[in-house]
Design a protein around this ligand. Structure first.
Ligand code: URA
Length: 242
């Protein structure tokens, strides 16, 4: 059964003003529900079925937003930071009213797939180490990478703090002075990929996340660009077991 919501709370949550301001707007006859001006600010309705207008503009109610961003270098993956620009700073006001946050962090110098949402439960599904969701990164590392490394990554590496990593899959695209690889991990320890390569005395010089579980970075997105997830992508993410 769909949950009914109070009209004043709903319009306020959509960023049209405080509850008090919205009550005043209702009194002034600025709010219509299903074509009728309403004057009861405690009216309960189904935001997905009932048509709501504010100042003769239809309000499209959504509880959750899901954005895919190609995170650029130089921005931090948090909601606010006193000394750095954040990925949230790239979003226009129409999304900020939903109070979105990045689901998982990428380092300041890492690029690639970042899911930005206000759906905490979905973020948890993606990030919980217990769920074992694959995260695939493309990395460029300083030095040659030979086939024997694959086994070392698969067997788990010991990081600088003694932590033994879970099996990770290494695919070597090119072994050269700067080697190109894909690495798939299921956990998200601090600087994990960089520290895994450090443990084999190799430095990551470029890092980009390509996918998280079923969600793949849209290659049409330039660094700094974002788009809403499609219904299909949202459905795929929801198939990750809770
Ligand atoms: N591993 C890292 O080292 N950095 C990231 O940003 C993500 C994974």
């Amino acid at each position: 059964m769909k949950k009914l919501e109070r009209i004043d709370k709903l319009i306020s949550n959509m960023g049209f003003g405080s509850r008090k301001q919205v009550k005043a707007y209702i009194k002034r006859g600025l709010v219509k529900v299903n074509g009728e001006i309403i004057n009861d600010n405690s009216l309960k309705l189904d935001p997905y079925k009932d048509r709501i207008e504010f100042n003769n503009m239809e309000i499209n109610y959504r509880r959750f937003i899901y954005l895919m961003m190609n995170k650029p270098k130089g921005l931090v993956s948090s909601t606010n930071d006193p000394s750095n620009k954040t990925v949230i700073d790239l979003l226009p006001d129409e999304y900020l009213v939903y109070k979105p946050f990045p689901a998982g962090r990428l380092d300041k110098d890492t690029e690639g797939l970042l899911l930005i949402t206000n759906d905490g439960q979905l973020a948890h599904r993606l990030l919980s180490p217990k769920k074992g969701v694959d995260k695939v990164y493309y990395a460029e590392v300083a030095g040659y990478i030979d086939e024997s490394y694959k086994e070392r990554f698969w067997n788990g590496l010991v990081l600088d703090d003694g932590y033994q990593t879970l099996p990770a899959e290494l695919e070597i695209v090119e072994s050269d002075v700067i080697s190109k690889v894909y690495i798939t991990i299921q956990e998200g320890k601090y600087h994990q990929v960089k520290r895994m390569f450090e443990s084999i005395s190799t430095r990551v010089v470029y890092l980009k996340r390509i996918s998280m579980g079923p969600l793949k970075l849209d290659d049409k997105l330039e660094p700094g660009q974002f788009r809403e997830l499609t219904e299909e992508e949202i459905t795929l993410l929801k198939t990750i077991e809770v």
